[in-house]
Design a protein around this ligand. Structure first.
Ligand code: NAP
Length: 289
């Protein structure tokens, strides 16, 4: 009689608080199934006071990788054994590779932003970008804009002005692009939208269940030559994107960034390529439900 072969399952997960909304388990488990990999990916809601202990437990349980989401992308960094240059420069980690007892941090959100904007890049040279929000995701957005696109200025507006100022200061050493802050008040925002070619929402304003909320007032004047990206992917078309689309602007849903950041994390962990068209269909279906 042949002995039963027990195949070891390689473990991955996402940590955050809250984390129940995350579609990353569906993204990665769909990929494992499509490629026939013996891997499993789960979401873990971790409280701040347990973050260090949780990381030690994931190492002890021989996890191979983790994603990190709100609100830990920045504060997890001192708990890691190292990070790559990009994650260090950005000051935020969304992917951890765990190998031989060490946890090394990476930032694949940057690739997510870069890949989402790449099809539009021809029109960016010498133009102005407006980024709303100054959190962990905005840091990846600004880094991608600086490194991969030839914009003249990047303007950051945030409810908490000090956070925007801190973001601008921390990117100064890496760029000759003008990166500046702007007041979050309506007249300043209206003016910035008028000047900008590219507008990116990096706040949760408009995310499910607050689907009617938008970072802008409804009378904001979008134009045909605007490119408007929302990092939110639930809903696929936020109030901001609907409004911009109505005015003829080109719009980019946060789904693009979500898929590409996940694909790069998967590649870091396994060395394999995520079958994006197949996975995209599954995620779109889940979001339309
Ligand atoms: P974060 O670190 O918590 O930062 C959120 C930013 O939004 C901060 O600047 C915050 O301002 C601002 N903000 C939050 N609520 C606001 C409100 N009601 N009015 C005005 N400003 C508000 O979060 P994050 O990690 O940067 O994530 C931001 C968004 O990006 C989330 O919706 C997240 O789901 C999305 N995201 C998407 C992807 C993707 O793959 N598509 C990846 C990463 C993140 P204060 O400092 O004043 O609080």
């Amino acid at each position: 009689m042949k002995p039963n072969v027990i195949q070891r399952t390689t473990l991955f997960g996402i940590i955050g608080h809250p984390v129940g909304h995350s579609l990353s388990p569906l993204l990665h488990n769909t990929t494992y199934k499509a490629l026939g990999l013996h891997c499993n990916y789960k979401a873990f809601d971790v409280e701040l006071t347990s973050l260090g202990a949780a990381l030690r437990n994931f190492k002890a349980l021989d996890f191979s990788g983790l994603n990190v989401t709100i609100p830990y992308k920045e504060i997890i960094m001192p708990l890691l054994d190292g990070f790559d240059d990009k994650a260090r420069d950005i000051g935020a980690v969304n992917t951890i590779v765990m190998k031989e007892g060490k946890a090394i941090g990476y930032n694949t959100d940057v690739a997510g932003v870069m890949k989402s904007l790449e099809p539009y890049a021809d029109g960016f040279e010498g133009k102005h970008a407006l980024v709303i929000g100054a959190g962990g995701a905005a840091r990846a957005v600004v880094y991608a804009l600086i490194k991969y696109f030839d914009l003249a200025t990047i303007t950051i507006t945030s409810r908490t002005q000090q956070r925007a100022q801190y973001l601008v200061q921390s990117f100064k050493p890496f760029t000759t692009t003008t990166v500046r802050t702007l007041s979050f008040l309506k007249p300043a925002l209206n003016e910035a939208v008028e000047e900008a070619s590219l507008i990116i929402n990096a706040t949760p304003i408009g995310m499910f269940p607050n689907v009617n909320a938008s970072p802008f007032h409804t009378d904001i004047a979008f134009r045909k030559d605007h490119i408007v990206m929302d990092l939110i992917y639930h809903p696929l078309q936020t109030a901001l994107l609907k409004n911009a689309h109505k005015a003829g602007a080109r719009t980019i849903s946060g789904l693009e960034m979500f898929l590409h950041q996940g694909a790069q994390a998967f590649e870091l962990w396994t060395g394999e390529t995520m079958p994006l068209p197949k996975v995209r269909k599954v995620i779109e279906k889940a979001l339309q439900k």
